[in-house]
Design a protein around this ligand. Structure first.
Ligand SMILES: Nc1nc2c(ncn2[C@@H]2O[C@H](COP(=O)(O)OP(=O)(O)OP(=O)(O)O)[C@@H](O)[C@H]2O)c(=O)[nH]1
Length: 795
């Protein structure tokens, strides 16, 4: 070995001079350029550096094991160590390192190259490992890892088998056993996917570390809990020179994890939702969190004084600069109390809890329950308590109208005790404040209590990050375009932020508060109105501020694509209306049915009659299969099954429950319910032969529950109802359901809210209802309100 120039050595070992320069730098051998000379000693130092890195990454100890030594002696007894190295690792140069070592300068990398290089090295490593295996020198550690992998595979397959069993387990029988073969993959919503992943993760325990790909070297080190230096050394060993901020792709991650003896699980992009892919709602480190104002919702029974209390607070607690300004209703506003802020949500209480919560956004920190001292606990008071409790939000009770003569605050306390809210002065832990919106008595105590509870809750958020918030209200203004009220929850929204919410995005053009004052910045818990969205976003949706317009546009586009995909996927579902077209197009050979009826005998008779259609020569294009049948109402499991197997659900004298109804809509499963068996057979037959007449479809408007019944002097029964979902309309029809079985269907003859006739009653409200020619209404019956629509068959 003699002194050599850098480029000569590089040539000898088959790599670019600049790459070798980078290695020399790592090995701390000073050279100025590729023309510099490296001495013999320096060459030795260089090769030893590269070998150490390789050995470290392959897990080989510098000292060969006894078995390796034995093998070496056996196969090549007379070879010199250098030659032996050559045969084993195919080096080009007799005195250089392995030629397949690929190195690059830190600047000239991308993850694709990383992948290629690592693959090359791994091939070599696999080759190496095969040799060991042949020689039974596969280390105990390697065996343990491969054993664990096998176990995991088994576990996974067991899990999936188990899942299938759960899907199909039922007290009811399957008529067609070969159904499983036909089961089509089911399209899942984002939230479903996320829930499933979380469930899987829980089930797996800490078997594997969850990683997404690609990620940076530093993120990888942090995720698997290994030092950065260790990861970089391994990477060098794999022939990948990457700095901590460079990204490594899936293959490199897999190899690295294997090398480091870590079990990992990849979270695929498919499984990730957009927030996760773009890292939109990352958790903030504890030290970044700063105190933020509480977000408060005011709830209570109608006329107990919610609006009056809010008005008093609004009028007397605006900041000086805002006093006298023209207020605008934006669904939320902030007041200042002794230098501290409180944000009030001004949407009807139940909406803030139901609509928003159903979208997964729980934005309220504290609920103020207003109870009139002269009226006491009423049905909507109870509802409000249930909503707040379900959301896990602390309640402060405002006992209002204490100025009134008939006021009896202690009676209110007593009644609230029965609802599980025990006043502090009665030994409980619910704060109750006596107030009067009329005289303003107690209002400042109420505000103090809000601040006190907020303090206990230690409400904090990181103001120094890109903003994340919730759309409180949104509408299209004729002159200004889409206007959205955003409640900022984390970070600071600036008046020039790029924002995205669902399928809408934009660059903020103007940002104002409820006093129409222009704001440059809005921190956590601040409600603002923004202009600049390209469309009207959905109330309750999360809104994100992002770095630039490109990202905002990209996220919105992804959301649009996802929506379209979901719509398309649902279009592929079979329905009685599209059945004939699907058969014609050759898309459908099997008509899968889920059959539910009120009694066992009917189920059997119906199954037989439906399967008999297979003998009918006129409709031999398609095979009717009953994949599941049973008695009782149509439930979520029936819909899931139908969705997974592209089946229709046929109900005889039974109806889907509320959850099943929602799921059927979401999954686009056609649910048909009948009261005459002949109609079922006729419809199925006609649908197969393309003779289905224009369909009368039932559009479900809502459901209510019978909570009380009253007998009128005329002996007619009035049902005291509470609307659980949607609305009840006077000009519509109702199905009376007892345990999801239809016991009557008829017109609504009277609908009242308190003493007055009502056109409709909305979700969350109570009223009275009478069904024409039907007096057998009982408490706990469900009434499904619907209208009939004729659907023309598309040509
Ligand atoms: N005497 C007295 N009257 C009050 C007080 N608070 C509210 N009222 C009156 O009670 C009635 C109902 O008050 P609102 O503030 O509209 O009640 P609400 O709960 O907002 O009613 P909804 O919005 O219909 O649910 C109004 O006539 C108020 O003037 C009070 O403290 N004392």
């Amino acid at each position: 070995m003699s002194n050599k120039r850098v480029y000569t050595v590089a040539k000898e070992i088959g790599m670019a001079s600049k790459d070798l320069m980078a290695i020399l730098d790592q090995a701390k051998i000073p050279v100025k350029s590729h023309m510099s000379t490296i001495t013999e000693d320096q060459q030795k130092q260089l090769f030893s550096f590269i070998r150490t890195a390789q050995d470290a990454s392959s897990g080989n100890s510098p000292e060969p094991s006894k078995k390796e030594e034995r093998k070496a002696k056996k196969t090549e007894p007379k070879q010199s160590p250098v030659k032996k190295e050559k045969t084993k690792t195919e080096v080009k140069s007799t005195d250089g390192p392995r030629a397949d070592v690929v190195v690059e300068t830190p600047k000239a990398k991308d993850s694709h190259d990383h992948k290629k290089r690592a693959e090359g090295s791994v091939k070599d490593r696999k080759h190496h490992r095969d040799e060991f295996e042949e020689d039974e020198a596969f280390s105990a550690e390697e065996r343990r890892r491969s054993e664990k992998k096998k176990q995991k595979k088994n576990k996974k397959s067991k899990q999936s088998k188990k899942k299938d069993n759960v899907d199909f387990q039922s007290e009811n029988t399957f008529v067609n056993q070969d159904f499983e073969k036909r089961k089509a993959p089911k399209k899942k919503s984002r939230s479903q996917k996320r829930k499933e992943r979380e469930a899987r993760e829980e089930a797996k325990g800490d078997d594997g570390i969850k990683v997404k790909a690609p990620l940076t070297v530093k993120e990888f080190a942090d995720t698997i809990g290994v030092s950065l230096a260790q990861v970089i050394t391994k990477l060098i060993g794999l022939g990948v020179m990457a700095t901590q901020n460079e990204s490594i792709d899936r293959d490199v991650i897999e190899i690295l994890a294997d090398e480091l003896g870590k079990e990992i699980e990849f979270i695929s992009e498919e499984e990730l939702n957009i927030e996760e892919i773009y890292g939109l709602d990352t958790e903030d480190p504890e030290e970044s969190l700063k105190e933020r104002p509480p977000v408060v919702t005011v709830m209570g029974h109608v006329d107990h004084g919610k609006t009056s209390i809010l008005d008093v607070i609004k009028r007397s607690h605006v900041t000086d600069s805002e006093a006298g300004g023209i207020t605008q209703h934006i669904g939320a506003y902030q007041v200042s109390v002794g230098g501290k802020h409180i944000t009030f949500l001004d949407t009807p209480g139940h909406e803030a809890f139901t609509a928003m919560r159903s979208r997964g956004a729980s934005i309220t920190d504290i609920a103020i329950l207003v109870v009139a001292a002269d009226d006491g606990v009423m049905p909507q008071t109870r509802e409000a308590i249930h909503h707040a409790k379900a959301a896990g939000v602390p309640i402060i009770v405002a006992i209002n109208k204490i100025d009134r003569e008939g006021a009896n605050p202690d009676r209110v306390r007593q009644e609230l005790t029965e609802e599980g809210l025990v006043a502090e002065d009665w030994g409980g832990d619910t704060i109750m404040v006596e107030v009067s919106a009329k005289t303003k008595q107690g209002i400042s105590d109420l505000l103090d209590m809000i601040l006190l509870v907020a303090e206990v809750l230690e409400l904090k958020a990181n103001p120094d990050r890109l903003a994340v918030g919730t759309i409180v209200e949104a509408r299209l203004d004729k002159g200004k375009g889409p206007m959205a009220t955003i409640l900022v929850q984390k970070g600071t929204l600036t008046s020039d932020s790029y924002i995205v919410s669902g399928t809408c995005y934009g660059h903020i053009r103007a940002m104002t508060n409820d006093k129409k004052k222009h704001l440059k910045k809005a921190g956590p818990a601040t409600p603002v109105v923004v202009l600049g969205f390209d469309g009207v976003p959905n109330a309750g949706d999360t809104v994100y501020a992002v770095k630039d317009e490109k990202i905002a546009k990209e996220i919105a586009a992804k959301n649009i694509a996802q929506e379209r995909e979901e719509k398309l996927a649902s279009k592929n579902k079979v329905s009685l209306n599209n059945l004939f077209d699907k058969i014609k197009e050759g898309e459908l050979k099997d008509l899968n049915l889920v059959v539910k009826a009120d009694v066992k005998g009917t189920v059997e008779a119906l199954n037989q009659s439906l399967l008999k259609l297979n003998d009918n020569e006129d409709i031999d294009e398609v095979q009717v299969n009953i994949i599941h049948s049973g008695t009782g109402g149509i439930n979520e499991s029936d819909i899931n099954l139908a969705s997974a197997s592209n089946a229709l659900v046929i109900g005889f004298n039974v109806r889907p429950n509320i959850n099943a109804l929602d799921l059927a809509k979401q999954e686009d499963v056609d649910v048909r319910t009948y009261r005459v068996i002949y109609d079922i057979l006729n419809d199925v037959k006609n649908a197969i032969s393309g003779m289905l007449t224009p369909e009368i479809s039932e559009e479900v408007l809502g459901r209510c529950e019978v909570r009380e019944t009253f007998k009128l002097p005329s002996n007619d029964i009035v049902a005291g109802i509470y609307v659980l979902k949607g609305k009840i309309q006077r000009k519509a029809k109702v199905k009376v359901l007892r345990d999801d079985v239809i016991i009557h269907e008829g017109e609504i003859s009277s609908l009242k809210r308190f003493q007055d006739d009502a056109r409709e009653i909305a979700q969350g409200y109570e009223g009275g209802l009478m069904v024409e020619n039907f007096n057998d209404i009982q408490v706990n019956d469900l009434l499904e309100c619907f209208i009939e629509k004729e659907i023309k068959k598309e040509l």
